[in-house]
Design a protein around this ligand. Sequence first.
Ligand SMILES: Nc1ncnc2c1ncn2[C@@H]1O[C@H](COP(=O)(O)OP(=O)(O)OP(=O)(O)O)[C@@H](O)[C@H]1O
Ligand SMILES: [Mg+2]
Length: 448
Amino acid sequence: MDSVLVVDDERNIRALLTRVLTEEQLDVHTVGTGTEGLESAADLDPDVVLLDIRLPDIDGLEVLRALKGRHPETAVIMITAFGQIENAVLAMRSGATDYLEKPFEHLDKLRLAVRRALDEVRARREIHRLRTLQEGQYRADQIIGESDSTRRLRTMISQLARSEAQTILVQGESGTGKELVAKGLHYESPRRQFPFMEINCAAITETLFESELFGHEKGAFTDARTTKKGLMELADRGTLFLDEVTEMSSGSQAKFLRCIQERVFRRVGGTRDIKVDVRVIAATNRPLEAQVKDGKFREDLFYRLNVIPIVIPPLRERQEDILPLARHFLLESNTRFHKTIRGFGPQTEKLLLSYRWPGNVRELKNLIERLVILGASELIEPGDLPPPFSAPLESAPRRSPAGDAQSLADVERDYILETIQRANGNKSKAAKILGISRQTLRKKLEER
Ligand SMILES: Nc1ncnc2c1ncn2[C@@H]1O[C@H](COP(=O)(O)OP(=O)(O)OP(=O)(O)O)[C@@H](O)[C@H]1O
Ligand SMILES: [Mg+2]
């Protein structure tokens, strides 16, 4: 039962609120002073507190601040006497959810305010719950798979997380789980109490990159109206995840090199060196060494980043992971979409194992999700699978004599083209459906 604590020195107000709110199926407690209010709140941990702004002992606003400090999730509704609007405004600024004016002429207004406050508390608790859950999600044992390489990956994450390692480079095709690994490294380490910050180098221009990463001083450039801390500073004692590091411009590479060599940087427009303790995890879905050979990525930066390399193989190279992952995502999707699909038929399993998974684990996850949403039968059978699986290999139109590998590639191409068609030529959308990045899609189309 949701609980409400009423703190008001007027007995008739307490009686009225008790009556009205009890009728609303709420568990109501009342007290007459601020001190008692704080004590009862500590005992009861109420969902909502109705708090008189004028109390005989402590000022209601002070009680409010103390309450919000100790019970950040509790919603507080202030009760003010008619004409005390300034106080109500102050209270709202100090974290009150709402205010009501005495005398309560419209009881509906009171009921509505309490209902709303309860909704707010529920939402806040849910966010808190999800956040805790999310942290749990990024532990190494949430990295599913039975292949040797995945087993090694789990061990490595646990060891590295606790180590002093300052820089880690994660390489792997799109959708192989690089971000999952980076978060695993953060949330398994003592650094988890500090922020995990991320920046995607592909999504940001050179000038913006610098001020995002290092921050800027007031007046450093036209838009810099205030001093702003950069991600490096915000991530102090935590982790910075540098995604798609190959996409960093050469100017940014030079600036980043100094920062990573010395763990010291200056804000844009600043003259002071700032020192931080940040673990940098860089990720790339293109082989970085090749980028260095082509002169697209600085060699010195590469060596700085590549102190501890983690390479995640593509899913097609770790077949032992496919079915455990598929079953894991099936359970997850069953729960999420309130379904009770039991598993995969033996033929389906065969098809899942022989597919090439261009979008890797993300593609597998998306596929299972779609199957669960659409699926009605107990077991997922080959007929339930989309084209690249269901097209029987024997009758594939462009079958080559080279054997299965070749025809799978054909099937894959057909599927990609068909998906693009279904997405009315929108390649971003098609990439999303396929569970691959736009880049991967482009590469696949260029390969043909
Ligand atoms: N071993 C695994 N166990 C469980 N889930 C996984 C595993 N690998 C990947 N996933 C899931 O697959 C999806 C894709 O993973 P992630 O985003 O980490 O890939 P990525 O390598 O960063 O891809 P991109 O290069 O496209 O950014 C995520 O939902 C992730 O949770
Ligand atoms: Mg990623």
